[in-house]
Design a protein around this ligand. Structure first.
Ligand code: NDP
Length: 326
């Protein structure tokens, strides 16, 4: 067998541009591990590549992370052997076989199922690195987490609680808010009533109505203006995604009104070196092991149902993580 199935796009657009094609199985190059994939995680970023929000060269194989077993290793790779279970991030994971560089892969920790492993790296590392480096959350802080019942949101809520923060969580329905609560959120705000309403509610949960120490916002366009209103003087606004669209151009002198810090981090900038990746991956696995982090898989979709998976994620009907069975 020399070819394999892969979910690709050859043009940008809605879910109609998703294709399942046959592509060659690659050979591992020096420093790479060839993985036989079992599962792929589905992330919102995959929809940005598909829609053209984040431009990529076409044709493009979608998927940003997954889990599976080592099939073969390239020259110089000594840490991994065929048959071992691994979890990884990197481009092109909606496929049966892919090459992964050594600095983006880790052994699956004992006791973690492959299905769960595919659900953890991108959202888990994004949440952890932001709570450590974008704004270092401290015991006693009150922070706001938007889309708190989503994949990244539920990890943020649990890790922020583990670090001692008080968490105000937003979501678009009572059911989603209940899930955020079950994962530790202290205060719940349904933000579908409009900016003035959710801003007022959030401020009402903060000391003297002064606002939160930090906002973690993966919603983007729809919530950015409200974020500026609820962030406390000298607080941090971490805008890390565009689920509702990209944030409009912004005049930086507005930050001076409250001496705010505005960050727009990407995970890959926090785990760019082997050392950083290993450090945060091990810390993340530690939270899983000690029970402070629980994974929430919304649904495992067969690879053939990729259209439905993207529709569900973009249609706001999911909570937690979507996974593809390869
Ligand atoms: P989620 O599981 O969180 O799904 C997105 C959620 O966003 C929805 O469930 C929905 O929750 C909310 N949302 C608000 N407005 C909209 C809208 N107009 N359309 C669709 N959804 C909307 O996805 P992920 O966890 O994969 O990603 C969350 C965010 O984090 C994304 O913006 C993603 O790009 C970002 N991200 C950024 C990374 C980085 O490196 N910077 C890395 C990983 C993720 P509700 O119905 O409650 O509003």
């Amino acid at each position: 067998m020399s070819t394999q199935k892969a979910v690709q796009i050859s043009r940008i657009g809605g879910t109609e541009v998703l294709e399942i094609n046959q592509i060659p199985i690659p050979k591992p190059q020096p420093g790479q591990i060839l993985v036989k994939a079992a599962y792929a995680g589905v992330n919102f970023i995959d929809t940005y590549f598909r829609s053209g929000l984040y431009p990529v060269p076409l044709p493009f194989t979608l998927g940003s992370e997954g889990s599976g077993t080592v099939e073969a290793v390239g020259e110089g790779v000594t840490k991994y052997k065929p048959g071992e279970q691994v979890v990884y991030y990197g481009s092109g994971s909606y496929t049966e076989y892919l090459n992964v560089p050594e600095k983006a892969i880790s052994h699956v920790p004992e006791g973690l199922k492959l299905e769960d492993a595919a659900a953890i790296l991108i959202q888990g590392l994004t949440a952890l690195t932001m709570l450590r480096e974008s704004y270092e959350v401290k015991k006693g802080d009150t922070i706001l987490i938007h889309a708190a019942a989503g994949g990244t949101g539920l990890v943020l809520v649990q890790l922020a609680k583990a670090l001692g923060a008080t968490v105000i969580a937003t979501a678009s329905s009572p059911e989603k808010l209940e899930i955020a609560k079950q994962h530790g959120a202290d205060y719940l705000v349904n933000y579908s009533g409009g900016e003035d309403e959710w801003v007022k509610e959030v401020l009402g949960y903060t000391k003297d109505g002064e606002g939160v120490e930090a906002v973690f916002d993966g919603v983007g366009k729809a919530t950015f203006e409200g974020d500026l209103r609820v962030t406390k003087r000298k607080g941090s606004l971490i805008s890390f995604g565009n689920a509702s669209g990209a944030v409009d151009p912004f005049k930086i002198n507005r930050l001076g009104d409250k001496n705010l810090k505005l960050l727009r981090p990407r995970l890959f900038g926090y785990v760019a070196t082997q050392e950083e990746f290993d450090h945060y991956t091990q810390e993340l696995f530690g939270y899983l092991k000690n029970g402070q982090l629980k994974l929430n898989i919304h649904k495992v979709y067969p690879l053939e149902d990729i259209v439905q998976a993207h529709k569900d994620l973009e249609g706001r009907v999911t909570t937690g993580k979507l996974v593809l069975k390869i």
